[in-house]
Ligand binder design. Structure first.
Ligand code: FE2
Ligand code: FE2
Length: 280
């Protein structure tokens, strides 16, 4: 299987990108500089676990250059692909640059919070982030739907993480920021869900094995490279769980909505996803 040969038609992808951008007007955008009153940020109002949860997700968001790079490698916007693939990838690029800007804003907002609230100093944090930031990130997939199915799960899991954390923190600056972050992740999820649904409708059973492989091998970003990742994720789980399996039911919903009647193979895929969820 080769990524180029399995792309959905460019008009399908372009409609999904247009939908995402229509749902993201400039009037609803926010920025680190003006959205919050940083002078009121106060980490003394947080528990150790909550501070730890903020530090954890700052590392994850800060790895954006690695995530962004995956799109360039697998959906190149140059002469290494056919004209048809270029047309598709150029449309996708309208999404990825906007998405990357938003994710980079998340990384900056979290870092700014850590600094303004007294959790750390800027230089210390910068050096800390570099340790994970320099490590490689890859999603070695063969079929294009896999990148969108992966991101669908990951965006939803991150959205849920921010919501859970927001519900328990006592610092209003952090709570307001987490609400912004979770709303952005929800919009990112919707785009991924839209694209996955379009693949399901266009390619049907041919998407089953690729999606199954994504779930079978699923790791949240940095799970394999960050030192102490699992211990850390477990330690903060009672504050906010960073658990991809909680997002699986949303993938099942996307499948259900995309197709009127499930084929046997799709049925089997849904059963598999549900099993992976209950095993966790
Ligand atoms: Fe984010
Ligand atoms: Fe996101």
């Amino acid at each position: 299987m080769n990524i180029e040969s399995a792309l959905i038609p460019v008009d399908e992808l372009a409609t999904a990108v247009d939908g995402f951008l229509a749902a993201s007007p400039a009037a609803r955008a926010w920025d680190v500089e003006t959205a919050f009153d940083w002078s009121r940020a106060d980490a003394n109002r947080l528990t150790d676990g909550q501070r730890s949860a903020v530090r954890f997700v700052t590392l994850i968001e800060d790895h954006l250059p690695g995530y962004f790079d995956v799109y360039h490698r697998y959906f190149p916007v140059d002469d290494s692909v056919s004209r048809a693939a270029f047309l598709h990838n150029r449309e996708l690029y309208h999404f990825t640059v906007r998405w990357a800007l938003e994710e980079d804003t998340h990384a900056r907002a979290l870092a700014r919070y850590q600094e303004a609230s007294g959790m750390t100093e800027r230089g210390t944090l910068r050096a800390e982030l570099a340790v994970e930031g320099q490590k490689p990130f890859d999603l070695p997939y063969q079929h294009p739907v896999q990148f969108f199915a992966y991101a669908l799960v990951q965006e939803k899991a991150t959205q849920m993480y921010y919501q859970q954390l927001r519900d328990v923190v006592d610092d209003p600056v952090l709570a307001t920021m987490l609400a912004r972050l979770s709303r952005d992740e929800a919009r990112h999820f919707s785009f991924m869900a839209d694209v996955v649904a379009r693949y399901l409708r266009a390619q049907g059973d041919a998407t089953v094995q690729p999606i199954r492989d994504v779930i079978a091998t699923f790791r949240m970003p940095l799970a394999d490279t960050m030192r102490g990742y699992w211990r850390w994720a477990l330690k903060i789980a009672d504050v906010a769980s960073y658990d991809h399996t909680e997002a699986y039911e949303h993938l099942v919903k996307v499948i259900d909505r995309a197709v009127d009647t499930r084929s046997d193979r799709l049925d089997e895929l849904v059963r598999f996803i549900e099993e992976c969820r209950s095993l966790a």
